[in-house]
Every structure is written in structure tokens, then in C-alpha cells.
Design a protein around this ligand. Sequence first.
Ligand SMILES: Cc1cc2nc3c(=O)[nH]c(=O)nc-3n(C[C@H](O)[C@H](O)[C@H](O)COP(=O)(O)OP(=O)(O)OC[C@H]3O[C@@H](n4cnc5c(N)ncnc54)[C@H](O)[C@@H]3O)c2cc1C
Length: 459
Amino acid sequence: MKQRLCVVGGGFSGIAAAYMASKKGFDVTLVNAAPFLGGVLHSTEIDGYIYDLGCHLLDGAYSEQADVIRDILNYKINPYDALYASVFKGNIRIGSELCHVANSHDQTFAARILFEMLNNITDDCGIQSFDCLYDLLIDRYGKTAATILRQAYQKVIQQDLRELDSVNLNVLNLRRLSFLPDSMAMTLKKILKFDQRIAARSVNDPLKFRQPNSDQGYRTFYPETRGMLGFCESAEKKLNELGVEIVHFARCTKINSSINNTTLDIDVKSETKSMQHTYDSIFWATDVSELASLMGFSEDVSLYNTSVPLVLFYFNVPEASLGDIDYVHNYDEDTLSFRISAPSKFGNDTTPAGMGYICAEVPTKIYSDLWNMPESFAEVIWHEVSKSKVLRDVVTFPGLANVLKTPVSYGLKKIGYTACFNRFCEQFWGRGNIYFSKKAAFSKAYIFEELKNVFDVEL
Ligand SMILES: Cc1cc2nc3c(=O)[nH]c(=O)nc-3n(C[C@H](O)[C@H](O)[C@H](O)COP(=O)(O)OP(=O)(O)OC[C@H]3O[C@@H](n4cnc5c(N)ncnc54)[C@H](O)[C@@H]3O)c2cc1C
């Protein structure tokens, strides 16, 4: 008889976990709190426009992960190597989304950062050896660079890096520092410990930093049609074909685990009924706080969660007015938008013919004026869009096509999380055959790597 596995969570983690498990021969049930698959990858469809929740691209740099996503999409994909840019201190830098902390004209400043980095550099610095993200950045890049990053990220995350656990290094894309001219960065990157810390741009060659085992001729790709909604729809279909039972609108309310198996009480909201199921194992593919509480862990893991509320502004524009840059990250505090992107360029059938759309992601605080009355900020945001180079031509304010508010975009962890999470793992990892991601994985590539660890080693 097939082993029964329950996957909890229907975002990218849950979809990939259910896919991998059913391919391995498990009899899989996927329990998802939302009424649809995809989590933050979902899109909203309004009047012929499919608006993604922010800017999402699928990674082709890791071949195994790309194979799974391509199979989910039945190989209906659009290779698209997006052109990124970043803005810091008013300077636009094309070819990277990272905050470039040293002005390219000020080589003395870059030299100081390099000197501080050299003074401290060790062969490896485990990200869990520091409680606070800011201290980790000082150790990794030196005080000068860490201070600049702290200021720049105040806008992005609306809180202080000193309050965050070091585990957020990956979530916030701070694994490498951008501060040197590319030629010098590339020379230093030949040495492993510098390669792990220093960023160089891949402009004009999107494949420069792909994984050596990747056989793809593109770094990123996108669903051929219907945007990320197309991915979510294909995932639902593919998992059904693989025999996965998908239960939407459902949450676990109780877990009884013994050595060999686990019984879950599942509350299905849409039908206001409760079901009780027994599984041989469970993969928890979403935030562990709820799992910890269901398993009777003595601490409240959710106390360490903090998030960045985001307001998403959407503008419909003529397709021909969109420029070459697809995706700009702006770290300057005198602007409101953090990311401005044009996802309608990545695939087909996401807008009516001849039209495109732009999304501006604006971090804010709950109950701020921007959160309460986003419409009254639309012209200010549009002004930032028109200066962002995502637009080729000047377009008069087209009006706000759509606005969305998400209280949780980047799920961040406060200081103390790693220690608490480790205590949870020590007591509960594998108990009753219940597994979860052991690392805070953000990008789809990291999520996939984590899933492989669990599915290849534990299950
Ligand atoms: C704006 C934005 C842009 C991004 N862009 C990129 C990108 O371009 N490339 C990239 O690689 N990564 C990107 N990421 C990161 C990546 O897309 C996300 O980290 C990833 O999609 C998260 O997937 P997830 O399944 O872990 O979580 P989520 O997407 O949050 O999904 C969680 C799911 O679990 C369900 N759920 C929650 N709690 C329960 C429960 N107790 N019981 C049952 N179900 C539950 C929810 O309803 C939801 O369906 C981006 C993230 C954001 C926020």
C-alpha cells in the first residue's frame, strides 16, 4: 500500500512538495487555507488584465527545479531574461537589483569597504552565528557597508535591521555586497570567500552566474500565457493528474501523533465540515508557528514573526510605451516605491492587445495614510513610475487601474527566532513523521533546495 503524505500549504513550497512526493510514489493530500493554489504567486484578473502580486519570475538557473516547474507548465513557457536596475543616492545602475553602496566615482570609499571586509574575512561565516542581522552584516562586509545597508533597508522593510534575526540574510537578498566596479569584482570573485560575499553584474550576459549543471539557454522564464495565474492553474491541473487530493479553504485544527503515524483534524471552511484523516507522514509547507502550537511546543514561535505590509499600485499603459528595463529597485528614502516592474512583458495574454501594465510595490505601515487611502497617492506613485525608466515614453497619468494591499509580503523574523526554532527542531523534527523546512527559504531556488533535503533524506 502507498504511504500517505499530507502536505500543508498551497504556495510554491506546497505545490513543489506535493509534486515531488507524488512522483516518489506517495499518496498525497494537499491542505490549503486559501481557496486557490499559489499563495503569493497568485494574480488577480480584472477586465482582461491579469495582475501578478508583485514581480515574479521563474528561475531557470537550477536545472532540477526548472524541470519541475516546466513540467507543471506542460513546457508552455516563455524564456525571459529580465533586465534589472537599482537606484541608490539618485544613481541608476543597470544590470543588478542590489543596493550599490559605493558610488562608482568614489573609489576611496569602495577601497575603505574592501579594507574593512579584508580585515575581518574568514573562510566561512555561518549565518546563524550572529543573533542580529546587522551584526552579521558588519562581520561580513564591515561597519561602513553595514551602516549604509541599514539606512537603505529602513525604507524597504520599514524597520531596523538591528531588530531582525540573522536568518533574514537570504530573504532580503543581502548575501552579496555590490560596491566594486564589475571588472574588479570579477577578479576577486575567483577566490571562493570573495565570491560568496561580493556581487558583480551579469549585464549583457544573463547566464554568467547560472549554476554549472544548468543546461538552459536562459536564466529566468515565465508562463507562456496568463501570467503567474497560469502557473497556479497549471499546478492545480498537474497535481490533479498526479492523483493529489487538494483540499482548499482548509486548516488543521488538531494533530495527534504517534511513532508511526499522525492523525490530523482538518477544518474545511467552505463546507463548514471537519474531517479526520490519518497519514504516515506530514510535510508542513508554510510558516511553522501554527504547527508548533498544534504540536504543543511550549513557546509561541509566532512572536518572532514580523512582516512588511505592501501596497501594490497598478497602471495600464500602451505596450509600446514600456522601456527596456523590466524591474527597478529603488533604495532612496525620498521615494515611496521600492520596486517598479512591467510583468506584462514577460508572457502573453495578460493584457488586452496592445496594452501592458506596470506594478509599483510600496512598502508601508499598517494604518499609515498610504495604507488607509492609497488612491490619494496614485499620482505621486505614477510620477515615480514615469521617472523609473520602466517606461520608454512619457505617458500622461493613466489613472489607477487597480490597487491591492497585502499585510504580509516578506515574512521576516525578529531576533531570537533562530534560537527558538532550533529548540523546536530539537524536540519535534521527525516526531510522528512530521517534517518542515529547516531553513528560512525565500526564493523558489532555496525553497526547492530545502525540499530536496527533506524528500531525498527523510521521506
Ligand atoms: C512580492 C514578491 C516577489 C517575489 N519575487 C520572486 C521572484 O521573482 N523569484 C523568486 O524566486 N522568488 C520570488 N519571491 C519569493 C517567492 O515567490 C516566495 O518566497 C514563495 O512563492 C513563497 O512560497 P510559500 O509556499 O513558501 O509561501 P506562500 O506563497 O505564502 O504560500 C503559503 C500557502 O499556504 C497556505 N497556508 C498558510 N497557512 C496555512 C495553514 N495553517 N494551513 C493550510 N494552509 C496554509 C496559504 O493560504 C498559502 O496558499 C517573491 C516574493 C514576494 C513576496
